[in-house]
Design a protein around this ligand. Structure first.
Ligand code: BGC
Length: 382
Protein backbone atom coordinates (compact mmCIF):
# COMPACT_ATOMS: atom_id res chain seq x y z
CA UNK A 1 0.00 0.00 0.00
CA UNK A 2 1.32 3.42 -0.91
CA UNK A 3 1.79 6.03 1.78
CA UNK A 4 -0.94 8.19 0.23
CA UNK A 5 -3.40 5.30 0.23
CA UNK A 6 -2.51 4.50 3.83
CA UNK A 7 -3.09 8.05 4.99
CA UNK A 8 -6.39 8.28 3.05
CA UNK A 9 -7.49 5.09 4.82
CA UNK A 10 -6.44 6.43 8.22
CA UNK A 11 -8.31 9.70 7.70
CA UNK A 12 -11.42 7.83 6.50
CA UNK A 13 -11.34 5.57 9.57
CA UNK A 14 -10.90 8.52 11.91
CA UNK A 15 -13.80 10.42 10.32
CA UNK A 16 -16.01 7.30 10.51
CA UNK A 17 -15.27 6.71 14.19
CA UNK A 18 -15.85 10.38 14.98
CA UNK A 19 -19.23 10.18 13.22
CA UNK A 20 -20.12 7.05 15.19
CA UNK A 21 -19.12 8.70 18.46
CA UNK A 22 -21.22 11.77 17.61
CA UNK A 23 -24.16 9.53 16.76
CA UNK A 24 -23.84 7.66 20.05
CA UNK A 25 -23.61 10.97 21.90
CA UNK A 26 -26.68 12.23 20.02
CA UNK A 27 -28.83 9.25 20.89
CA UNK A 28 -27.57 9.40 24.46
CA UNK A 29 -28.58 13.05 24.65
CA UNK A 30 -31.94 12.19 23.16
CA UNK A 31 -32.51 9.54 25.83
CA UNK A 32 -31.26 11.78 28.56
CA UNK A 33 -33.55 13.73 30.81
CA UNK A 34 -31.20 16.01 32.69
CA UNK A 35 -31.46 16.17 36.48
CA UNK A 36 -30.19 18.82 38.88
CA UNK A 37 -30.93 20.05 42.39
CA UNK A 38 -33.68 22.66 42.95
CA UNK A 39 -32.96 23.09 46.66
CA UNK A 40 -34.41 21.62 49.81
CA UNK A 41 -37.63 21.86 51.79
CA UNK A 42 -37.33 23.37 55.30
CA UNK A 43 -37.20 19.77 56.69
CA UNK A 44 -34.21 18.98 54.47
CA UNK A 45 -36.05 16.94 51.82
CA UNK A 46 -34.23 17.47 48.53
CA UNK A 47 -36.15 18.72 45.49
CA UNK A 48 -34.84 17.84 42.03
CA UNK A 49 -35.36 19.51 38.70
CA UNK A 50 -35.59 17.52 35.46
CA UNK A 51 -35.24 18.98 31.99
CA UNK A 52 -37.19 17.37 29.17
CA UNK A 53 -36.43 18.26 25.57
CA UNK A 54 -37.67 17.25 22.14
CA UNK A 55 -36.19 17.20 18.64
CA UNK A 56 -37.71 20.60 17.78
CA UNK A 57 -36.15 22.62 20.57
CA UNK A 58 -39.06 22.59 23.02
CA UNK A 59 -37.81 22.43 26.58
CA UNK A 60 -39.77 21.73 29.75
CA UNK A 61 -38.49 21.90 33.31
CA UNK A 62 -40.22 19.89 36.03
CA UNK A 63 -39.53 19.77 39.76
CA UNK A 64 -40.33 16.90 42.09
CA UNK A 65 -42.13 19.30 44.49
CA UNK A 66 -45.74 19.22 43.32
CA UNK A 67 -44.73 17.82 39.92
CA UNK A 68 -44.54 21.51 39.03
CA UNK A 69 -43.65 22.58 35.50
CA UNK A 70 -41.45 25.58 36.22
CA UNK A 71 -40.61 26.51 32.65
CA UNK A 72 -41.83 25.60 29.17
CA UNK A 73 -40.07 27.08 26.18
CA UNK A 74 -41.71 26.88 22.76
CA UNK A 75 -40.99 28.71 19.48
CA UNK A 76 -43.16 31.55 18.17
CA UNK A 77 -43.99 31.93 14.46
CA UNK A 78 -40.47 33.24 13.71
CA UNK A 79 -38.82 30.39 15.62
CA UNK A 80 -37.98 32.57 18.62
CA UNK A 81 -38.15 30.50 21.80
CA UNK A 82 -40.04 31.89 24.81
CA UNK A 83 -41.22 30.65 28.20
CA UNK A 84 -45.01 30.34 28.10
CA UNK A 85 -45.78 29.36 31.71
CA UNK A 86 -45.89 31.34 34.95
CA UNK A 87 -43.75 30.36 37.92
CA UNK A 88 -40.82 31.24 40.12
CA UNK A 89 -37.03 31.25 39.73
CA UNK A 90 -36.51 29.24 42.90
CA UNK A 91 -38.14 26.80 45.30
CA UNK A 92 -38.81 29.46 47.93
CA UNK A 93 -41.26 31.18 45.58
CA UNK A 94 -43.31 28.00 45.31
CA UNK A 95 -43.17 27.42 49.08
CA UNK A 96 -44.12 31.00 50.04
CA UNK A 97 -47.18 31.81 48.01
CA UNK A 98 -48.11 30.06 44.81
CA UNK A 99 -51.63 29.88 43.39
CA UNK A 100 -50.83 26.36 42.16
CA UNK A 101 -48.48 27.60 39.40
CA UNK A 102 -47.63 24.64 37.15
CA UNK A 103 -48.61 22.02 39.73
CA UNK A 104 -50.20 18.60 39.71
CA UNK A 105 -53.52 18.77 41.54
CA UNK A 106 -55.08 16.03 43.67
CA UNK A 107 -56.73 14.18 45.15
CA UNK A 108 -59.61 16.28 44.00
CA UNK A 109 -58.95 19.05 41.49
CA UNK A 110 -61.37 21.97 41.86
CA UNK A 111 -63.96 22.41 44.62
CA UNK A 112 -65.90 20.12 46.91
CA UNK A 113 -68.85 22.00 48.40
CA UNK A 114 -69.08 22.51 52.15
CA UNK A 115 -65.82 20.52 52.46
CA UNK A 116 -67.56 17.19 52.73
CA UNK A 117 -68.97 14.28 50.80
CA UNK A 118 -70.72 11.03 51.57
CA UNK A 119 -69.61 7.70 50.16
CA UNK A 120 -71.33 4.38 51.00
CA UNK A 121 -73.21 6.05 53.84
CA UNK A 122 -70.15 7.55 55.50
CA UNK A 123 -69.53 11.30 55.52
CA UNK A 124 -65.96 12.48 55.10
CA UNK A 125 -64.98 15.89 56.43
CA UNK A 126 -62.24 17.68 54.47
CA UNK A 127 -60.21 20.79 55.26
CA UNK A 128 -61.87 24.09 54.34
CA UNK A 129 -59.23 25.96 52.39
CA UNK A 130 -61.50 28.07 50.17
CA UNK A 131 -64.22 29.70 52.24
CA UNK A 132 -66.49 26.87 53.32
CA UNK A 133 -65.24 24.59 50.56
CA UNK A 134 -62.25 22.38 49.75
CA UNK A 135 -60.15 23.49 46.79
CA UNK A 136 -57.58 21.40 44.91
CA UNK A 137 -57.22 18.58 47.44
CA UNK A 138 -57.11 20.57 50.67
CA UNK A 139 -54.45 22.40 52.68
CA UNK A 140 -51.65 20.11 51.58
CA UNK A 141 -52.69 18.70 48.24
CA UNK A 142 -50.56 16.87 45.69
CA UNK A 143 -49.15 20.27 44.61
CA UNK A 144 -47.30 20.47 47.96
CA UNK A 145 -45.78 17.00 48.26
CA UNK A 146 -42.51 15.70 46.87
CA UNK A 147 -43.05 13.11 44.14
CA UNK A 148 -40.67 10.28 43.25
CA UNK A 149 -39.31 10.88 39.77
CA UNK A 150 -37.74 8.61 37.18
CA UNK A 151 -36.90 9.44 33.57
CA UNK A 152 -38.49 6.91 31.24
CA UNK A 153 -36.74 5.82 28.08
CA UNK A 154 -38.92 6.75 25.10
CA UNK A 155 -38.08 6.67 21.39
CA UNK A 156 -39.89 9.88 20.66
CA UNK A 157 -38.88 12.85 22.85
CA UNK A 158 -38.38 12.47 26.60
CA UNK A 159 -40.52 11.38 29.51
CA UNK A 160 -40.64 11.62 33.28
CA UNK A 161 -42.59 9.34 35.59
CA UNK A 162 -43.86 10.86 38.84
CA UNK A 163 -45.29 8.66 41.57
CA UNK A 164 -46.84 9.38 44.95
CA UNK A 165 -48.62 7.25 47.53
CA UNK A 166 -51.22 9.23 49.45
CA UNK A 167 -52.02 7.71 52.84
CA UNK A 168 -55.48 6.59 53.89
CA UNK A 169 -57.06 9.64 55.52
CA UNK A 170 -54.66 12.16 54.00
CA UNK A 171 -56.48 15.54 53.85
CA UNK A 172 -59.59 13.67 55.00
CA UNK A 173 -59.93 11.40 51.95
CA UNK A 174 -60.44 7.65 52.45
CA UNK A 175 -58.15 4.97 51.01
CA UNK A 176 -54.46 4.66 50.24
CA UNK A 177 -54.20 6.19 46.79
CA UNK A 178 -51.27 5.13 44.62
CA UNK A 179 -50.78 7.69 41.88
CA UNK A 180 -48.62 7.63 38.77
CA UNK A 181 -48.33 10.55 36.38
CA UNK A 182 -46.18 10.44 33.25
CA UNK A 183 -45.18 13.66 31.48
CA UNK A 184 -44.02 12.99 27.92
CA UNK A 185 -42.66 15.73 25.69
CA UNK A 186 -42.70 14.14 22.25
CA UNK A 187 -41.33 15.12 18.86
CA UNK A 188 -44.84 16.02 17.64
CA UNK A 189 -44.56 19.00 20.02
CA UNK A 190 -47.03 17.52 22.46
CA UNK A 191 -46.85 17.48 26.21
CA UNK A 192 -48.79 14.35 27.03
CA UNK A 193 -49.93 13.66 30.59
CA UNK A 194 -51.02 10.14 31.54
CA UNK A 195 -52.58 9.82 34.98
CA UNK A 196 -53.30 6.52 36.72
CA UNK A 197 -54.38 5.78 40.27
CA UNK A 198 -55.53 2.84 42.36
CA UNK A 199 -57.00 2.67 45.84
CA UNK A 200 -57.48 0.15 48.64
CA UNK A 201 -60.84 1.64 49.79
CA UNK A 202 -63.60 3.42 47.87
CA UNK A 203 -62.63 7.08 47.42
CA UNK A 204 -62.98 10.03 45.06
CA UNK A 205 -60.30 11.16 42.58
CA UNK A 206 -60.00 14.05 40.12
CA UNK A 207 -56.45 14.77 39.00
CA UNK A 208 -55.38 17.70 36.86
CA UNK A 209 -52.53 20.00 35.89
CA UNK A 210 -52.56 23.66 36.88
CA UNK A 211 -50.12 25.38 34.52
CA UNK A 212 -50.82 29.05 33.90
CA UNK A 213 -50.08 29.94 30.29
CA UNK A 214 -49.32 33.20 28.58
CA UNK A 215 -48.42 32.38 24.99
CA UNK A 216 -46.95 35.85 24.40
CA UNK A 217 -44.06 34.74 26.65
CA UNK A 218 -43.69 38.06 28.41
CA UNK A 219 -44.48 40.30 25.42
CA UNK A 220 -48.08 41.16 26.39
CA UNK A 221 -49.44 43.09 29.39
CA UNK A 222 -52.00 40.36 30.19
CA UNK A 223 -53.83 37.42 28.63
CA UNK A 224 -56.84 39.33 27.24
CA UNK A 225 -55.82 39.20 23.55
CA UNK A 226 -55.55 35.40 23.50
CA UNK A 227 -58.29 33.94 21.31
CA UNK A 228 -59.96 30.94 22.90
CA UNK A 229 -62.03 28.19 21.33
CA UNK A 230 -63.75 25.67 23.63
CA UNK A 231 -65.39 22.56 22.23
CA UNK A 232 -68.34 22.86 24.59
CA UNK A 233 -71.98 23.75 24.04
CA UNK A 234 -72.67 23.78 27.79
CA UNK A 235 -71.05 24.74 31.07
CA UNK A 236 -71.76 24.10 34.74
CA UNK A 237 -73.09 27.36 36.21
CA UNK A 238 -72.06 28.08 39.78
CA UNK A 239 -73.56 29.62 42.88
CA UNK A 240 -71.68 31.67 45.49
CA UNK A 241 -68.37 30.03 46.42
CA UNK A 242 -68.11 28.72 42.82
CA UNK A 243 -69.92 25.47 43.58
CA UNK A 244 -71.92 24.20 40.59
CA UNK A 245 -75.69 24.37 40.90
CA UNK A 246 -75.96 20.99 39.18
CA UNK A 247 -77.41 22.42 35.98
CA UNK A 248 -75.74 22.00 32.58
CA UNK A 249 -76.45 25.32 30.89
CA UNK A 250 -76.24 26.13 27.17
CA UNK A 251 -73.55 28.69 26.33
CA UNK A 252 -75.44 29.94 23.28
CA UNK A 253 -76.32 33.61 23.53
CA UNK A 254 -74.10 34.13 26.61
CA UNK A 255 -70.55 35.46 27.08
CA UNK A 256 -69.59 31.85 27.95
CA UNK A 257 -69.89 30.87 24.26
CA UNK A 258 -66.40 29.99 22.98
CA UNK A 259 -67.67 27.64 20.27
CA UNK A 260 -66.28 30.26 17.88
CA UNK A 261 -62.85 31.66 18.84
CA UNK A 262 -63.20 34.75 21.02
CA UNK A 263 -60.63 36.97 22.73
CA UNK A 264 -60.55 36.40 26.50
CA UNK A 265 -61.05 40.13 26.97
CA UNK A 266 -64.02 40.49 24.61
CA UNK A 267 -66.77 39.83 27.16
CA UNK A 268 -65.01 38.91 30.41
CA UNK A 269 -66.39 41.91 32.28
CA UNK A 270 -69.92 41.72 30.87
CA UNK A 271 -72.75 42.24 33.26
CA UNK A 272 -73.62 38.54 33.28
CA UNK A 273 -74.34 36.89 36.62
CA UNK A 274 -71.87 34.00 36.17
CA UNK A 275 -69.02 36.37 35.31
CA UNK A 276 -69.92 38.69 38.17
CA UNK A 277 -70.02 35.79 40.64
CA UNK A 278 -66.63 34.42 39.61
CA UNK A 279 -64.89 37.70 38.80
CA UNK A 280 -64.43 36.60 35.18
CA UNK A 281 -64.04 33.22 33.50
CA UNK A 282 -63.53 30.56 36.16
CA UNK A 283 -65.93 27.80 35.18
CA UNK A 284 -66.14 24.23 34.05
CA UNK A 285 -67.17 23.70 30.45
CA UNK A 286 -68.92 20.45 29.52
CA UNK A 287 -66.99 19.05 26.58
CA UNK A 288 -68.83 17.89 23.47
CA UNK A 289 -67.85 14.24 23.54
CA UNK A 290 -68.73 11.30 21.37
CA UNK A 291 -67.26 8.52 23.52
CA UNK A 292 -64.57 7.96 26.09
CA UNK A 293 -61.61 8.67 23.80
CA UNK A 294 -59.54 11.80 23.31
CA UNK A 295 -61.51 14.91 22.37
CA UNK A 296 -60.23 18.29 21.31
CA UNK A 297 -61.18 20.45 24.28
CA UNK A 298 -59.63 23.85 23.58
CA UNK A 299 -57.53 25.81 21.14
CA UNK A 300 -55.87 29.09 22.10
CA UNK A 301 -54.16 31.43 19.64
CA UNK A 302 -51.98 34.34 20.69
CA UNK A 303 -52.11 36.78 17.77
CA UNK A 304 -48.79 38.65 18.15
CA UNK A 305 -46.49 35.64 18.66
CA UNK A 306 -48.62 33.27 16.56
CA UNK A 307 -48.31 30.61 19.24
CA UNK A 308 -51.14 28.08 19.35
CA UNK A 309 -52.01 25.77 22.22
CA UNK A 310 -54.37 22.86 21.68
CA UNK A 311 -55.74 20.78 24.52
CA UNK A 312 -57.17 17.29 24.01
CA UNK A 313 -58.38 15.02 26.76
CA UNK A 314 -60.26 11.91 27.79
CA UNK A 315 -61.89 13.96 30.57
CA UNK A 316 -65.50 15.19 30.35
CA UNK A 317 -64.78 18.78 31.42
CA UNK A 318 -62.32 21.65 31.35
CA UNK A 319 -61.93 24.52 33.81
CA UNK A 320 -61.06 27.69 31.97
CA UNK A 321 -59.68 30.02 34.62
CA UNK A 322 -58.65 33.44 33.32
CA UNK A 323 -56.30 34.28 36.21
CA UNK A 324 -58.81 36.70 37.74
CA UNK A 325 -57.34 36.31 41.21
CA UNK A 326 -53.82 37.31 40.16
CA UNK A 327 -53.52 40.82 41.50
CA UNK A 328 -49.96 42.02 41.08
CA UNK A 329 -48.83 40.86 44.53
CA UNK A 330 -46.82 37.97 43.08
CA UNK A 331 -43.50 38.59 41.38
CA UNK A 332 -42.44 35.60 39.35
CA UNK A 333 -39.62 34.49 37.08
CA UNK A 334 -37.19 37.19 36.01
CA UNK A 335 -38.92 39.80 38.20
CA UNK A 336 -42.18 39.64 36.22
CA UNK A 337 -45.14 41.01 38.18
CA UNK A 338 -48.18 38.82 37.61
CA UNK A 339 -51.00 41.31 37.26
CA UNK A 340 -54.71 40.43 37.08
CA UNK A 341 -55.41 38.04 34.18
CA UNK A 342 -51.75 37.69 33.24
CA UNK A 343 -51.98 33.90 32.83
CA UNK A 344 -54.82 31.49 32.15
CA UNK A 345 -55.37 27.82 33.03
CA UNK A 346 -57.05 25.06 31.07
CA UNK A 347 -57.55 22.32 33.64
CA UNK A 348 -58.99 19.12 32.20
CA UNK A 349 -61.14 17.42 34.80
CA UNK A 350 -64.37 15.87 36.01
CA UNK A 351 -66.87 18.53 37.01
CA UNK A 352 -66.40 20.39 40.30
CA UNK A 353 -68.22 19.01 43.34
CA UNK A 354 -69.05 15.74 41.56
CA UNK A 355 -68.94 13.77 44.85
CA UNK A 356 -72.05 15.76 45.89
CA UNK A 357 -73.71 15.82 42.48
CA UNK A 358 -75.09 12.36 41.62
CA UNK A 359 -76.13 13.59 38.14
CA UNK A 360 -72.51 14.43 37.19
CA UNK A 361 -70.12 11.76 35.79
CA UNK A 362 -68.80 9.87 38.79
CA UNK A 363 -65.43 10.52 40.42
CA UNK A 364 -65.66 7.47 42.67
CA UNK A 365 -62.77 5.00 42.48
CA UNK A 366 -63.14 1.55 43.98
CA UNK A 367 -60.52 -1.06 44.89
CA UNK A 368 -59.72 -3.17 41.84
CA UNK A 369 -60.46 -0.30 39.44
CA UNK A 370 -57.79 1.84 37.80
CA UNK A 371 -58.33 5.57 37.37
CA UNK A 372 -56.89 6.39 33.95
CA UNK A 373 -57.02 9.70 32.11
CA UNK A 374 -54.90 11.39 29.45
CA UNK A 375 -54.50 15.02 28.48
CA UNK A 376 -52.35 16.42 25.69
CA UNK A 377 -51.19 20.02 25.32
CA UNK A 378 -49.95 20.55 21.77
CA UNK A 379 -47.79 23.50 20.80
CA UNK A 380 -47.49 25.13 17.38
CA UNK A 381 -47.29 28.57 15.78
CA UNK A 382 -49.03 30.16 12.82
C1 BGC B 1 -59.83 27.78 40.28
C2 BGC B 1 -59.80 29.20 40.75
C3 BGC B 1 -58.74 29.32 41.79
C4 BGC B 1 -57.43 28.89 41.21
C5 BGC B 1 -56.37 28.86 42.27
C6 BGC B 1 -58.50 27.44 39.72
O1 BGC B 1 -58.50 26.11 39.33
O2 BGC B 1 -60.83 27.60 39.33
O3 BGC B 1 -61.04 29.60 41.28
O4 BGC B 1 -58.65 30.60 42.29
O5 BGC B 1 -57.53 27.60 40.71
O6 BGC B 1 -55.35 29.65 41.94
Amino acid sequence: MTRTLKSILAVTLAVASLALAAQAQGSKQKMKTGKESFGKLPDGTPVDLYTLTNANGIEMKVITYGGIVTSLKTPDRSGQSGDIVLGFDNLQGYLDKSPYFGALIGRYGNRIGNAQFTLNGKTYQLPKNDGDNTLHGGVKGFDKVVWNARPLPVKNGSALELTYVSKDGEEGFPGTLTVRVVYTLNDQNEWRIDYTATTDKPTVVNLTQHSYFNLAAGAAPNNLAHEVYLNADRFTPVAKGLIPTGELKAVKGTPMDFTKPMAIGAHIDDNYDQLQLAGGYDHNWVLNKTGNGMTLAARVVEPTSGRVLEVSTTEPGIQFYAGNFLDGTITGKGGKVYVKRYGFCLETQHYPDSPNKPSFPTTTLKPGQTYKTTTVYKFSAK
